[in-house]
Design a protein around this ligand. Sequence first.
Ligand code: KIV
Ligand code: ZN
Length: 390
Amino acid sequence: MTDTAKQDRVLIFDTTLRDGEQSPGATMSHDEKLEIAQLLDEMGVDIIEAGFPIASEGDFNAVSEIAARSQNAVICGLSRADTRDIDRCWEAVKHAKQPRIHTFIGTSPLHRAIPNLNQDEMVERIHQTVTHARNLCDNIQWSPMDATRTEEDYLCRVVEVAIKAGATTINIPDTVGYTAPRESAELIRMLLEKVPGADDIIFATHCHNDLGMATANSLAAVEAGARQVECTINGLGERAGNTALEEVVMALKVRNDIMPYRTDIDTTKIMNISRRVATVSGFQVQYNKAIVGKNAFAHESGIHQDGMLKNAETFEIMRPEDVGLSETNIVLGKHSGRAALRAKLKDLGYELGDNQLKDVFVRFKALADRKKEVYDDDLLALMNDEGTNA
Ligand code: KIV
Ligand code: ZN
């Protein structure tokens, strides 16, 4: 394993504003992009991929302004393996304190057929474009798109060429979400072992979620030596999305005993940015989404609520405060028990004796059978009906 890969620090590369925004219908306005970039910068993201400058005038302007404003993060723009693309990207990111050019080309047989380049011609193109980028900027990321479906020998060859031409980060994209955890780890391990110069660069992992394995694949790559994870807030991204930033970061925090790697993310800022990205992209977060879903810290069943009221660790592996929520959400419904009802009523100002609680509980269950969730207002109405005074 290389010196870099031996370190325990994992860089977080957020591509919400580039790969995330590529999700059909997720387009964000200029001001919305600036706001999200600022939140990413404040939460400790190491690299922000702010857009694809050649794609449109709007993308160019957004990347330029984010670059000029960013305080801490490296600001990266995407470009194809084309010198005009790369120049345009540089024009946008050069305003940053720490600019990065990210250039890519599809290296799998399917992707090579599109520009109709044979293997040697593609190697030549990679050498030429990465050299061009490196002459503009010291910080160069190169990606062989569809790496996980590229022949191993050829992948080693193109990665070696990119490193020799000056790439400082090599990103290994699972563009179509095809790999699985063991394979994801073996690929990184193989590249670290076989490619000359691999010791001097950082390997990144960039996973898509088509088979629901993006987070697992990213973590497997980290265990094998990748030290940059590419991800998006809420897992936003094309098709089934990208690796979710909040999942990787919280997994590394909560299971640090078995995955001893650290990030610089302030996890208490997760909930706020998740809500802002959901609002500005128009992509609502599913209720049971890990970490940021509405129900991720909610408990309805009586056994769970009872356990939670006695000791939160019974049914929660992380504290809601750690992701920026003020408290666990005890949702009252037909599965709730007496302990939860008593606790909720106490919060609302009602201290009930055992007999009174028994009576209210019967009426609460009847109400809960008619309604999916019993809200505070419903309970207040129930108590007023009862004529019970606080
Ligand atoms: O998924 C992918 O291959 C990409 C590249 C442009 C890095 O997003
Ligand atoms: Zn991608």
